[in-house]
Design a protein around this ligand. Structure first.
Ligand code: ATP
Length: 242
């Protein structure tokens, strides 16, 4: 089966410094890949470059294909129209609007059999948001904001979601709730690239894992392989068990 998202020879430089170099990355239809690694490993740089978005002005080389179409030259908003949605760290929600208002905006005519999630479907995925539908974005907890950020992306009929650290700052119980909801998206045929520092929690919900170190993929495998990999167990799972 052909991949939904294909990345080839991706290189990102900030100034003269090579921050990321990824030879090949394929995300299948309905697949969830966890991108893990320590601080500064290049995880955000990877998903930002795939989305065509950045905080600074990096130089980006390489190709990104979505559904067989080369989207490397498209600006972020055009990639969004194609169905590639980034939910960045820090989310993109409106603090002065209610949950319901934040979710109001959908996409007209996304085409190619794509269908935006309805607000009710998002409430079914995140019942917590339904309970908070009248609350302002600024009044939400970190976990609720994260759910709302994902919900807003789902309103735009994504084919692939790029999630940057959805569990950051959340209590352990909420981490599992949010990641379980991400896992549930697979049943809807959605593909997800999930950046996570919480390797132990991520490995429970993803199909495959990429370990980044200093901007390079140093280890790659199925979740089961990675769970049993001594390097992962020692550096990430053991440390988090302590
Ligand atoms: N806008 C920028 N300008 C210059 N260097 C940057 C910029 N953004 C990131 N970098 C550098 O690129 C490297 C990768 O950073 P990146 O934010 O992708 O890492 P990360 O794995 O997401 O880390 P964290 O888990 O701490 O968020 C780091 O060395 C970082 O300092």
């Amino acid at each position: 089966m052909s991949a939904l998202l294909e990345v080839r020879d991706l290189k990102v430089r900030y100034g003269g410094n090579l921050a990321l170099s990824v030879g090949a990355l394929s995300l299948g239809h309905g697949e969830i890949i966890g991108v893990v690694g320590g601080n500064g490993a290049g995880k955000s740089t990877l998903v930002n470059a795939v989305a065509g978005w950045s905080r600074g002005a990096p130089r980006v080389e390489g190709s990104v294909q979505l559904g067989g179409r080369d989207i490397s030259a498209l600006p972020t908003h055009r990639r969004v129209r194609e169905g590639l949605l980034l939910v960045p760290e820090g989310k993109l929600i409106f603090g002065t609007m209610t949950v319901e208002e934040n979710l109001a905006e959908g996409i007209d005519d996304p085409g190619e059999g794509r269908k935006p999630y309805s607000v009710e479907e998002i409430y079914a995925l995140f019942p917590r948001l339904a309970e908070r539908r009248g609350h302002l974005g600024s009044q939400l907890s970190g976990g609720e904001r994260q759910m709302l950020g994902i919900g807003r992306a789902l309103r735009l009929a994504p084919r692939a979601l790029l999630l940057d650290e959805p569990s950051i700052g959340l209590a352990p119980k909420l981490v599992r709730t949010v990641l379980q909801s991400v896992s549930d998206l697979r049943a809807h045929g959605l593909s997800v690239l999930l950046v996570e520092q919480n390797v132990k929690a991520a490995i429970e919900v993803v199909d495959r894992v990429l370990l980044l170190e200093r901007g390079q993929v140093v280890l790659e495998g199925t979740a089961a392989e990675m769970r049993n990999n001594p390097r992962i167990a020692e550096a990430y799972l053991g440390a988090q068990r302590a």
